[in-house]
Design a protein around this ligand. Sequence first.
Ligand code: HEC
Ligand code: HEC
Length: 643
Amino acid sequence: MSRSRLGTCAIAIALAFGVGFDEPAAAQPAPTASAEKVVPLFDRQTKLEPATVEDTPAALVTRVADRVRDRHAREAQFHIYDHYLPLYWEKRTVTIEIVDRVAKGGDSVTFNITSLAPLNKPNLRAFFEGKGTVAQYSANLTTTEVDPLHYTATLKTNTNERRPIKLGDRIEIEFSPFLKPPVEGRTNYYGTALLYVVGQPGVAPWEGRGARLDSFPMPDVALSGGLTTSHQQYSNEPKERFKQLATNAAPTSGQPFMLGRRLHHTDFGTGAHSERGNPVYKEQTDKLGARFNERSCVGCHINNGRALPPAVGAPLQRYVIRVGSDAKGTPHPKLGATLQTQALKGAPEASVSIASWTTIDGTYGDGTAYTLQKPNYKFTGVVPEFYSVRIAPQLVGQGLLEAMSEDDIAKLADAKDAIPGRTSTVADPETRQSRLGRFGWKAGMPRLKHQIANALNNDMGVVTSVFPNPDRGSEQADPGAPGKLADADLDNLYRYVATLGVPPRRNFADEDVVKSEKLFAKANCAQCHTPVMKTGPYHPLAELRNQTIRPYTDLRLHDMGKGLADNMADGPATGAEWRTAPLWGIGLTPGVSGGEAYLHDGRARTLNEAILWHGGAGEKAKEAFRTMPAADRAALIKFLQSL
Ligand code: HEC
Ligand code: HEC
């Protein structure tokens, strides 16, 4: 039995005797015995937000939130569709209600729009035709004003085919909010190209087909995030792929998403927004704690993607460095549970950089050579003996991971050929109940809100009602009164991260890609990187419930062997245990992050290297990959790039 395993047992026993429960909420939940039954996050009693689809005797009704856009969906040349315009959080979201009477034998489809501010003869385009321009629709309607915040338009004719609308008709719409002056900033906008199929509930994530890229519902295999999945992205903006509002966003999510996005992009010191043209967020200035790592969420999660390791010798800022005074991960007396590498005043508690990379040579089964590299760290100031260095991961699909039911995850272990692994059990920092750990490279956090509050606390020194005390060691000076984020702001940040749409798969019909899905299963990858899951029925957010998703994770911890191990346990996870990393969106990494770096510390420069580092429970899968014919290896990588 390894040292770190002993450590976990010791903590579990201590907790069984009730030690540690009256401590103030630390920024990391205390581990609990993993055999203990976890309390589900959501159940029958959970208050649900209204469903986005309502089936009434007279009509099938779909409701969806939308936001403003610069130009149209298919205009790759302008590359100005997917990004956000200045002041996107002010009066610039709408709700679109689609009342489909054709579904119930009627003859019309009505679009009711609710805005946050008065609009000026807003325009609704319907039935994409793409004649002459990629933005041409055959129906161009000026909506009727019901009152200054409500607009409506009704269609009876399929204007592409000049006949009455019938079941199965594809109606692509684009709503243009024209804000009535006076309003700060730009007034006229376009909206998202949304596809509604008559008689079918909800709006469909679409792909363009044919020369005009006419919209058709994407096949299920491309819908990585279920109906949250973005439509196929044609803009020339690779950095924007992980920043989209879920396609099925509920009316209750649209505006909070934008408010949360603003916080996500705000420097908690200066209040500056990371994107040009946006004013300082005065209410959020001077919240940065005395000790911190980065000043904003996007400062670490580059474009909501993963961070890349800095050059040798440069400080690690886009990382979380967990530290301990022993192999069990007991917080360090001088550093607390996490190292903060920056300080508002004076010297930071310590600083850490990559001193060098150790290279490790290997060969594929066919004799082709490869080289792996492993970081060596250098600490200055307080030097911890026990630590775990983790780089900022990508942020898509987090709400869906939260919506997966505990039972469904537990069942994955019952498969006949299940690979050794276990679920992470952690204490809920608010209720102290045993929960399934889901978030972070070691599945240390049970709830998305907790993960975000933890980031605010440990990474930026901003406290919340979840974690009211800043991270510090028992021998460390009191950093003074910390900045506090209001609960309403934390809720908006949560809503933002939870309802980011997952990007759709690309290239999924490619022959190699289809073939290598089988290779992925045959090499045992799929036993940890679970291709398909269904989210549970009890998540409060409508867009996250009952979604068939393709996360490529089982959310379980696996011993990945010595090569990937830290010398310290963290929560219930030993140094060698890591949560199966979700693979959705991973193929977009180069465009989103501006480079590639995989695994918990960003050591892998390519997807090949990421696989070649798999050891322990992943050893057999790694060997299957290493010994594949070169063409199969290439096909498998192509498959990962299509996710
Ligand atoms: C100092 C860099 C840094 C900052 C600032 C930061 N994060 Fe993170 N974030 C990380 C790292 C590193 C991890 C992985 C942590 C772990 O493994 O324990 C992470 C994990 C996460 C996760 C879990 C992802 C997953 O797949 O489980 C979410 C969600 C998240 N961060 C959201 C945020 C939000 C929202 C903010 C702003 C309030 C934020 N982060 C600020 C570095 C950062
Ligand atoms: C025993 C479970 C297990 C098996 C089997 C497995 N993986 Fe993994 N995989 C993991 C874990 C755990 C991680 C995260 C490890 C880390 O960050 O240190 C991971 C990480 C990855 C990553 C990097 C993800 C990221 O976000 O950086 C890729 C790519 C990957 N695996 C692909 C594969 C492929 C391809 C196979 C089959 C050849 C495979 N894995 C088999 C558990 C597994």
